[in-house]
Structure formats: C-alpha cells, structure tokens
Design a binder for this molecule. Structure first.
Ligand code: PLP
Length: 425
C-alpha cells in the first residue's frame, strides 16, 4: 500500500469546476423521473411522441446502407446538406448564403449555441439574453466565461413582451453579443417586427454581434397577438387569429433586417421541424468570419456527427411546402386543444404564437409557486409540467409560470386535459 501523501486529493475541492457549479441536474431529468414513477402524462419535456416523415427515415436508412456518411463527414457538414440549408434560407427568406463558407452543420442547435459562445465570448464579456432562457444558454455562457445579462420578457395583454427600454439599458460597453430566441421557448412568444427592428437598430448602433436561435421557425401559428395594435390577448382557444396581418404565420429571421446579415449568426435544427430530436442535426448560417470562428470551436467539440442523418435532413429540407404547412396546422390544432383544456381547468393561458409550448400562470388556481405546483401535479392530476422559474435568474419573476408541451398525440392531450379538470373538481 502506498503511504498517505500530503498532496490534496480530489476531495480537497469541489469536483465540478466553478463555471458549472451553479447548474445542477436539469429539471427535465427530475420531472421525467417523476412521470415514470407516478405514471403521469409527461407534458414536461418538449419532444414529439411520434416520429417525423417516413420518407426522411427511409433516406437515413438508404444513406446508412449505401455507405454515405458512415465515416467522418466533412467538418462543415456534407455538401448536400449545406446546399439544402442555403437553398432553404434563400427560398423562404431571401437570404443568400454561400454553402462553402457561410453554412456550418452542427450537433443539433445545442452545439451551435455552445460553439458560437465559446468562439466569440471572452471571459468578462457580457451576453444579453432574453429571460426566461432556453435550458442550455446560461450554462454555455458560463462555460465561455461570459456574464449573462437577462432582459426579462413580461406578460402584458395576453403575451410575453420584450421591453425595449430594458433591452437598451442592458447593453453596456462590455456587451459582446445579443442572444435572441424567436419563436421563444418557453413563453411561445414570437417577437414582432417592431421588436425585431429595435433589436436590429440597437445591434447596429452599438456594433454588437447577434446570435439568434430560430429552431421553431416553422412553428409560427399567427401574427403575435397585439402586434398590430390589436391587443386581442389570449382567449385560450379559437378565435385568436382575428386581426392577422399579411405576415400571419410567417417567421421573420432577424438576419433579414437592415444591417443584420453581417453581424448575425442564425441557428436552426432538424429536431423540431422534422420531429427527429434524437438525430441532433443542427446548423448555423452567417457571414464567413463569424462562421469560421464557430467552426474553430466546433471542430474540437465533436468535429463532426450524424453522417447518414445529414443526407436524410438534406432531403427533408426539400420536402414540399405541404409538409411544413401540415406540421404547423397539426400543431396549431393541438395548441388550441390544450389551451382550451388548460383554461377550463382554471389556468391563465398565454396562447403561444409559436413553438410547441404553452406557458400558463397558476395564480388563478390559488397557487403562487410553480415549483411546488409542478412537484405536486403528478399526484394531484396525473400530469407533468415544467416550472418556468428554472429558466430565470430572477426566480421571483418566473415563480407563477408553468410550461406544458403540446407536441404529443391528440389522444394523449385529450387525456391530459381530462385529468387536469381534477384540479378544480
Ligand atoms: C430544442 C431547442 C434547442 C436544441 O435543439 P437541438 O437541435 O435538439 O440541439 C435549442 N433551442 C431551443 C429554443 C430549443 O427549444
């Protein structure tokens, strides 16, 4: 036996480095375990309970069988996929990107976010991000040594809104980039043209980089409520489409606004658009110097991934418009079903203009703390939801909000709605 030495062992300091220390296990692990233990319907984590198109699955099988992508694909992604991504941005949004220098395929949007932040942020840089944040933002900013500066979306007239003065005030000389997410998870807000215009103006004025997460680009159901001064608010069901403008249901990429293309990295992913969240094929588009920077970080994270799936996603991006319209129509019907049920069960519902999440306020049910509410919900009603507070630095601001996912089979949603009525029975 070796004698005890005086050099400090692993127990002498916390094992987890200080950048990650504040991040425990994600809430999804806890809530999914709770769902499994109680047999509750899991409307917590946002993944579809049916797979995407058969033809796309078959394309992956063909690629595997034909030996396409079974060995390391090119570091930027297979040319077929980069070309399809560029064609998608051009056809949908009139954004021209060179597949050779302005498109990078990543391991899901998650890696695109992490690699972008690791590449662009120096320790001490501030990153202004919309709060509540998507799950990985805070941890990725922390890994990059950055400081996050939240701008909190707050509900007003039925919709979570960006306070443009607050956004302006959040920018300091140390601000390196704005991290935007629209359609926004978890609130379901779609930023209005006015909000996007103001973000763009600020970015140009202060010469900021912009990272925009647009993974729900194909899940925009309507022009955001109140955006055309209609202020119709959430009515918890049908009829929210009144006052749709010409842009109804149309995603507006931040990169299309004046002065933005040259400073913006746009992130998307096949996971949400094609219901293959397990494939983890994502991408980033932007001007060559920005994409080159992201590539520098990405090459040492995964280098490459998902070779055969990349070929399949290239085919998926070329599916006829009917596929994308069908996805949106189907999810919109599910949104309305769940929104109506939640309203009837006593929640205040913020009808989402996009994504596949509904954020609710539990205060009308006599509750104040979304955390406690979600921990008890499986026992009380046989349903699992996520407390939005976990997506906030300002836990108090997020306390009353609870998120439900509606990317589930209709019969599952119907049963969930039925069970939720127990809350008021
Ligand atoms: C799901 C999601 C992601 C992660 O996408 P992957 O392609 O699965 O990595 C990123 N951002 C938002 C807002 C999401 O909802």
């Amino acid at each position: 036996m070796a004698p005890m030495t005086s050099s400090p062992g692993p127990a002498a300091r916390p094992l987890l480095n200080r950048r990650l220390a504040e991040f425990g296990t994600t809430i999804f692990a806890e809530m999914s375990a709770l769902a499994a233990r109680t047999g509750a319907i899991n409307l917590g984590q946002g993944f579809p309970d049916t797979d995407g198109p058969e033809s796309v699955r078959e394309a992956a099988v063909r690629a595997l069988r034909d030996g396409r992508g079974n060995q390391y694909p090119p570091g930027d992604g297979v040319p077929e996929l980069r070309t399809a991504i560029a064609a998608h941005q051009a056809d949908r949004y009139g954004l021209a990107y060179d597949p050779g220098t302005e498109v990078l395929v990543t391991t899901g949007a998650t890696e695109a976010i992490a690699a972008s932040l690791l590449a662009l942020v120096e320790p001490g840089d501030e990153v202004v991000a919309l709060e509540p944040y998507y799950d990985s933002y805070a941890a990725s900013i922390a890994l990059a040594g950055g400081t996050r500066v939240p701008v909190t979306l707050r509900p007003r007239d039925g919709r979570f809104r960006l306070d443009l003065d607050e956004l302006r005030a959040a920018v300091t000389p140390r601000t390196r980039l704005l991290l935007i997410n629209t359609p926004h998870n978890p609130t379901g807000t779609v930023l209005t043209r006015d909000e996007l215009t103001e973000i763009a103006r600020l970015a140009v004025e202060r010469d900021l980089l912009v990272l925009t997460d647009e993974v729900y680009e194909h899940l925009v159901f309507a022009e955001p409520a109140g955006s055309a001064d209609g202020g119709e608010g959430a009515d918890g069901g049908e009829g929210a489409d009144g006052g749709e403008g010409a842009d109804a249901g149309r995603h507006v990429p931040l990169a299309t606004l004046p002065g933005m293309r040259e400073r913006t990295l746009t992130i998307s992913s096949a996971g949400k658009t094609f219901s293959f969240t397990g494939w983890k094929v994502g991408w980033v588009t932007g001007p060559p110097p920005l994409v080159a920077a992201v590539r520098s970080a990405k090459q040492f994270l995964t280098y490459v991934s998902g070779g055969p799936f990349q070929y399949a996603v290239a085919e998926a991006l070329s599916l006829p418009r009917a596929y994308f319209d069908g996805l949106r129509t189907e999810l919109r019907a599910k949104r309305d079903l769940l929104a109506r049920g939640l309203t009837e069960a006593g929640f205040e519902v913020y009808l989402p203009a996009g994504t596949y999440f509904i954020t609710t306020d539990v205060r009308p049910l006599g509750e104040r703390d979304g955390f406690a509410f979600c921990r008890a919900l499986p026992e009380r009603a046989g349903v699992v939801a996520i407390p939005n507070a976990v997506f906030y630095d300002d836990r108090e601001a997020g306390a009353p909000f609870v998120r439900f996912a509606f990317c589930k089979r209709e019969e599952v949603l119907r049963e969930a709605v039925h069970r939720l009525k127990r809350l008021t029975a």
